[in-house]
Write a new protein. Structure first.
Length: 171
């Protein structure tokens, strides 16, 4: 068993593709990748570290698989567990709700006592509002990706973020 569980929910395969890229960056033998539609969230309890990928849909809504298991998250013991998050959104088409689902997930995990890592600077993004910002507004609460408008920057952002979180994940 790997030391990191990576959970994602994806309707269009973008969040899934990012999950695979993150696993490759961190070493495929270090990461077990799970689609939340197929794997119960309680599986996270068996791993010392967890990564979660969540896209934001439409006007700041949860992706359907995340919406389906949302309440199950409350039943998982995240107290003290190292958790890194990444989110996908469309900063041009939905600039008032950019990465809101990432913010919702962060808030939930924070109340459950998770040790959240992997914050990401807002520099270089163009959006109006986001619920995924730190209180000072200078960082997103996880890796921020826009596969619709900035897909050409995703590879470098993923690589940089993975290097950033490796020590916190024990790699």
């Amino acid at each position: 068993m790997a030391s990191i569980a990576l959970f994602y929910g994806s309707s269009t395969c973008y969040t899934e593709m990012v999950a695979e890229k993150i696993a490759n960056q961190l070493g495929a033998n270090n990461v077990d990748v799970f689609n939340i539609a197929d794997e119960p969230m309680v599986t996270a309890e068996s791993y010392p570290a967890v990564i979660m990928g969540i896209p934001t849909w439409d006007y700041g809504e949860l992706q359907e698989d995340w919406e389906e298991i949302w309440d199950e998250i409350d039943d998982v013991d995240f107290e003290g567990k190292t958790v890194a998050l990444y989110g996908l959104g469309d900063q041009i088409g939905y600039p008032e709700w950019f990465l809101d689902a990432l913010g919702y997930l962060h808030a939930k995990l924070e109340t459950l006592g998770a040790n959240l890592v992997g914050y990401w600077p807002v520099d270089g993004y163009e959006f109006e509002e986001s619920k995924a910002l730190t209180t000072d507004g200078k960082q997103f609460v996880g890796l921020a990706l826009d596969e619709e408008n900035e897909f050409d920057q995703s590879e470098q952002r993923i690589a940089t973020w993975c290097q950033q979180i490796k020590p916190a994940l024990g790699l």
